[in-house]
Design a protein around this ligand. Structure first.
Ligand SMILES: Nc1ncnc2c1ncn2[C@@H]1O[C@H](COP(=O)(O)OP(=O)(O)OP(=O)(O)O)[C@@H](O)[C@H]1O
Ligand SMILES: [Mg+2]
Length: 472
């Protein structure tokens, strides 16, 4: 059998059915046949078909019983029920049991081909949705913190040691060294892990809005404040607030932050009441804060208060032994995300990666591997490294912030693009499902809502949203 043909198992006591299908559709699918339910269930285990065409009326086990048994198999193949005349009363039962389609005998081969393609397409979408969901979940909780080099083990052990104290932690390190990952690890390793982790990028929020964003505001506090709004500190109550790019916080706000650190309370913009919060503060920066202090851009009292524990993240060039692990991790992550064949890099390319200086640290390595996966060509590493050598990232001070803002936006774009893709896939799937169930219940909306396990009102809303109509 050619490898790329989809395997379809026909479970039917009438051998003509699988013969007719093989005759008509053998160029696209590989049909296997089982003469009864028992044989069919065995073949699901041994042959691993992607789809099953299941007759309802068979001697011995009925199609409905076979479907019930198949439902016990994890990740079972999709099932299209095939029924003879007068068996339409099984439609609802089959749908309830999770059959994807219902086809009447005698069928037209072209018609059944459309059903098969539709079900396979939906199956593919479903698996895309679940892998994207898993990916988003992973990126939203926190990505794995890869590395077992000595400097990384030290970082991990400090995180474990201080996670449960409420000491304020200042995470320092060059751009792309994993400061945000470290902050998330701190939260996840603490008793606060079931409570919110709230990230605020102090450099990305315009100066005049940052105070309202952090501390909230009262209705009427300024033009446009139509209602009272709580700030990020309140949202983080009982959890952790991560003040990223703390070195870019305006001086006037630094004193208010100091007050929160000392008294655990603050006043909303335009408010008079003290608001008490229980929040663990973690900050990060790649600015030289000592220099900022000497230039009167950062308060020294705040610096000492924030700096109860310093977590200095190593650069990637200080831990070249982690590069192979990171490469494998990103190859696996992005081949799954973009549904590409997994790739292994040649030792020549790996050597090149290990000896590179990585001014943009892990983010730069991650971006390169992402491109290798997308373009399915490890040799682009030569060009990427040569280009990185010609235009090295700035190595410190405020110019680094520019490079960082650029990459931050690309990360954001990725997240939005991924969310948008998920939204579209989910909507397409939902529309198809609702339309199927409506057709199968002859547009009995109450019955359909029940089968779909949604309220009647939601169903009416969805019908309108997806512009579905009863074609009959
Ligand atoms: N140890 C690690 N294991 C796996 N991925 C990592 C690791 N460290 C960082 N990364 C990845 O590298 C990228 C940059 O990490 P992160 O955003 O935490 O860096 P950063 O130090 O906050 O950088 P910046 O200063 O530019 O904000 C992210 O995509 C992150 O997932
Ligand atoms: Mg960061």
């Amino acid at each position: 059998m050619p490898k790329n043909k989809t395997k379809i198992l026909v479970i039917d006591d009438d051998p003509k059915v699988s013969w007719i299908l093989s005759e008509g559709l053998s160029s696209s699918f590989h049909f296997l046949s089982a003469r009864d339910g028992i044989e069919g269930i065995q073949m699901v285990a041994t042959e691993k078909p992607e789809l099953i065409l299941l007759d309802i009326k068979m001697p011995g086990m009925s199609g409905i019983e076979v479907l019930e048994r198949l439902n016990k198999i994890e990740d079972r193949p999709e099932v299209i029920m095939v029924s003879g005349h007068g068996e339409t009363n099984y439609v609802v039962e089959s749908v309830k049991l999770g059959a994807a389609e219902f086809v009447n005998k005698p069928f037209d081969v072209q018609e059944i081909e459309i059903h098969i393609n539709g079900v396979l397409e939906r199956k593919k979408l479903k698996s895309q949705v679940s892998s994207l969901r898993a990916e988003i979940q992973a990126s939203m909780s926190f990505g794995a913190c890869i590395g077992d080099s000595e400097p990384m083990l030290k970082v991990k052990s400090i995180i474990e040691e201080v996670a449960n104290s409420d000491l304020t932690v200042l995470i320092r390190g060059e751009s792309g060294t994993g400061k945000e990952i470290a902050a998330r690890m701190l939260h996840q390793s603490s008793d606060r892990k079931t409570k919110p982790f709230v990230k605020v990028n102090c450099a990305a929020i315009p100066r005049d809005l940052l105070e309202a964003e952090l501390f909230g505001y009262e209705k009427g506090a300024f033009t446009g404040a139509h209602r009272t709004k709580q700030g990020r500190f309140e949202s983080a109550h009982k959890g952790t607030i991560f003040l990223d790019e703390i070195g870019d916080m305006p001086l006037e706000l630094q004193s208010k932050l100091l007050q929160v650190l000392e008294q655990h309370e603050f006043v909303r913009v335009g408010g008079i009441n003290n608001i008490h919060v229980d929040v663990r503060i973690v900050c990060a920066t790649n600015r030289d804060l000592e220099l900022a202090i000497s230039q009167k851009e950062f308060r020294d009292d705040l610096f000492y208060r924030l700096n109860e524990i310093t977590l200095q993240l190593p650069t990637l060039r200080e831990r070249p032994s982690d590069i192979t692990l990171l490469v494998d991790y990103f190859l696996d992550k992005y081949s799954k995300l973009y549904e590409k064949e997994p790739i292994q890099l040649s030792s020549a390319i790996l050597d090149k990666l290990i000896s590179f200086q990585w001014p943009g640290n892990i983010r730069q390595l991650e971006n390169m591997i992402k491109q290798v996966i997308v373009r399915n060509d490890e040799n682009i590493i030569h060009d990427l490294i040569a280009a990185a050598g010609r235009h090295p990232l700035p190595s410190g001070g405020s110019s680094l912030a520019e490079a960082r803002v650029e990459t931050d936006f690309s990360d954001l774009e990725n997240q939005f693009a991924m969310k948008e893709r998920i939204g579209r896939i989910v909507a397409a799937e939902e529309k198809k499902l609702i339309s199927d169930v409506l057709n199968k219940t002859n547009w009995n909306r109450r019955k359909a809502a029940k089968l779909l396990e949604i309220s009647y009102r939601s169903l009416l809303y969805k019908i309108k949203e997806y512009k579905l109509n009863d074609a009959k």
